[in-house]
Ligand binder design. Structure first.
Ligand SMILES: Cc1cc2nc3c(=O)[nH]c(=O)nc-3n(C[C@H](O)[C@H](O)[C@H](O)COP(=O)(O)OP(=O)(O)OC[C@H]3O[C@@H](n4cnc5c(N)ncnc54)[C@H](O)[C@@H]3O)c2cc1C
Length: 584
């Protein structure tokens, strides 16, 4: 994520439908500021209730913390030691729901904890329940403590019915299953959580569900690359981040879901707050077959020597390693540093001492700031992960306007949080809830084939003409069952796959431009596809994709060249990719 990605660009005006919608009617009942998963989730819920809602995001959707997470949809077993039972219970319930409602992106995740001692940490943990503070140096969490935690976790999981209970293994069986593990291991504990494979696309699905709920009306409007910059005599000041143009907007209620930027947004709205105390976390993505094999299909979730909980996580044919937790300075960009990379290599060595990693194996890196509540905990890992909604009032265009600020809010709990936020807004507006999101499938998760053989049958049914098995499988992975809309578009005209990747075609790029609010070339590389995450971006791809976007987006040669340079800069500065000479 990067605030840099969304600023500094003053390229020619684009005829963005989404933006035009806000211009034409510059008011709504509710204005949501921030298009991360929590803002977008609230947008969907309000739109489903028939409320006139508008959302603005100053960068691309899911560009903030939501695009920088560890990709876990989890109950947060470790929050038990903070005494956050409510949060863990809600998280486990939501995890089970998302497995059912968004099966195209949210998949079960086998998780293994290697344990190196039996009793450590048992004394420190209850103290933390009481004081919410880390006492002195972190102590390793021993088998006994982990057993208690996992048993509680299982009891919270019961409603799901589809998540197996945890299992403990002794040293010999553990090493049989994971032979590369540190031989000092005493036990392993294995349990199931969930992972979100494509958080950026899931965010987009949630957004589009909201837009579809108001189909044919203009009561659910959302625009990316539109930021809130302040407040004026005529209302909230919005700025088109692609052109620099500003305009005013009014609403009866404002929802501030700008994550780690919540205080800065409130300051821009003229009512400064001190709610937030974000921490930065980084990750690296490795192309390392030996490490992938060592994980044997399980996320390895463990306590590093400094007491931090870290993960080594196989995702497809890549391995995600994270994460750090340091106090963040919002004036600086969040970037994965050299020091953090050394830390990651060190933690891999701790668990798999026989595996050597070099920097050449890193194909991508990313960092983000967790929108945590302000807290004086010595160890940022123990700051509460729960959320709350703060209400204040602001006089805007002569009226008292309630401003609801979200403090905290994990990916996992976005649906429940959005429900709470929506209920608060409905109470202010005097409306009743008419639709529950608790059982509503999300986007391309609707009717998603739920076994491997059903998936194969779905793919075979959609193979035709130029769309071979691999291409249809790629589309199902990227869009879930929304792939049917994409396939209909692809087959309605002449098409060809790009020369630089077989994963994208010219008409698919055109489909994205029409339906997915592309502001910059980088949006496609990072957030509409996972090409950057998987280390598949080449100079040829950047150039060819820019040329494919230029026609549908009306970019001239100068703008196209600017986009190519911008994409290379973002990939290099924020994602650690080597400098590449743009191909013209
Ligand atoms: C390293 C890391 C690992 C994590 N791992 C997990 C995990 O495994 N599981 C989990 O459940 N959670 C995880 N989280 C937490 C989770 O990602 C976040 O809590 C969640 O994504 C927050 O979403 P949000 O919508 O509230 O904020 P964000 O996603 O940060 O969205 C806020 C948006 O507001 C926009 N914005 C800011 N100012 C303005 C303005 N003035 N005008 C318009 N828009 C503005 C920003 O551009 C941004 O897109 C992790 C977070 C981090 C950083």
């Amino acid at each position: 994520m990067s605030k840099h990605e969304s600023t500094g660009d003053r390229s020619p005006a684009s005829a963005r439908m989404s933006l035009r919608g806000l211009h034409e009617r510059p008011r709504a009942k509710v204005l949501i500021i921030g298009g991360g998963i929590n803002g977008v989730g609230t947008f969907r819920d309000l739109a489903l209730q028939g409320v006139d809602v508008a959302l603005v995001e100053r960068g691309d959707y899911c560009q903030g913390a939501s695009g920088a997470s560890s990709h876990m949809i989890h109950g947060g077993i470790r929050y038990l030691e903070n005494g956050e039972f409510r949060l863990v219970k809600e998280s486990v319930t939501e995890r089970n729901r998302l497995l059912r409602l968004a099966p195209h992106y949210v998949k079960p995740l086998k998780t293994t904890i290697p344990i190196f001692s039996t009793f450590s940490g048992v004394l420190a943990a209850p103290l933390r329940f009481l004081t919410h503070k880390q006492q002195g140096t972190p102590r390793e969490r021993g088998a006994f403590l982990i057993k208690i935690g996992l048993s509680l976790y299982d009891s919270f999981s019961r409603d799901g019915g589809n998540v197996p209970r945890h299992e403990f293994k002794g040293r010999a069986r553990a090493l049989q299953e994971l032979p590369d593990l540190n031989p000092g291991v005493k036990y392993t504990a294995t349990y199931f959580d969930a992972s979100v494979h494509n958080p950026e696309r899931l965010t987009l699905d949630v957004l589009q569900d909201g837009q579809k709920a108001a189909f044919g009306k203009d009561t659910a409007r959302a625009a990316n690359y539109v930021g809130v910059t302040g407040i004026g005599d005529d209302g909230v000041q919005l700025r088109d981040e692609l052109t620099g143009e500003t305009f005013s907007f009014n609403a009866d209620v404002i929802v501030n879901t700008t994550g780690a930027w919540v205080d800065l947004t409130n300051t821009a709205l003229g009512s400064p707050s001190l709610f937030m105390g974000g921490t930065k976390g980084s990750h690296i993505v490795l192309d390392h077959p030996a490490l992938l094999d060592a994980c044997n299909g399980s996320e390895i979730f463990f306590e590093h020597t400094d007491g931090r909980i870290v993960l080594i996580y196989p995702m497809g044919d890549r391995v995600l390693v994270g994460t750090t937790d340091t106090r963040a300075d919002m004036a600086e960009d969040a970037i994965c540093t050299d020091e953090e990379i050394t830390y990651f290599f060190d933690l891999i060595k701790h668990v798999f001492p026989g595996i050597t990693i070099t920097r050449e194996s890193i194909v991508y890196s990313f960092a983000g700031v967790r929108p945590l509540p302000r807290d004086d905990a010595e160890n940022p890992g123990f700051v509460s992960r729960d959320y709350r909604i703060e209400r204040s009032e602001r006089v805007i265009s002569g009226s008292n306007v309630p401003v609801l600020s979200l403090v905290g809010g994990k990916w996992t709990t976005f649906r429940a949080l959005s429900e709470h936020m929506t209920n608060d807004v409905l109470a202010i507006l005097g409306h009743n809830r008419t639709v529950s999101t608790a059982k509503l499938p999300i986007g391309g998760g609707a009717d998603f084939p739920n076994t491997g053989s059903d998936e194969q049958a779905w793919i075979t049914r959609h193979v035709s003409g130029d769309l071979d098995q691999a291409r249809v499988e790629g589309l199902l992975t990227r869009y879930g069952t929304r792939a049917t809309e994409v396939i209909a578009y692809l087959t309605a005209g002449e098409d060809r796959v790009l020369h630089s990747t077989r994963e994208l075609s010219l008409r698919e790029v055109e489909f994205m431009v029409r339906h997915e609010q592309i502001g910059h070339l980088i949006d496609v590389l990072i957030r509409r596809t996972s090409l950057a995450f998987r280390g598949m971006v080449t100079a040829e791809l950047v150039t060819e994709l820019a040329q494919a976007l230029a026609g549908p987006l009306g970019w001239d040669t100068g703008r196209t060249a600017q986009e190519i340079t911008h994409a290379h800069e973002v990939l290099q500065r924020f994602h650690g990719l080597p400098v590449q000479s743009p191909i013209s």
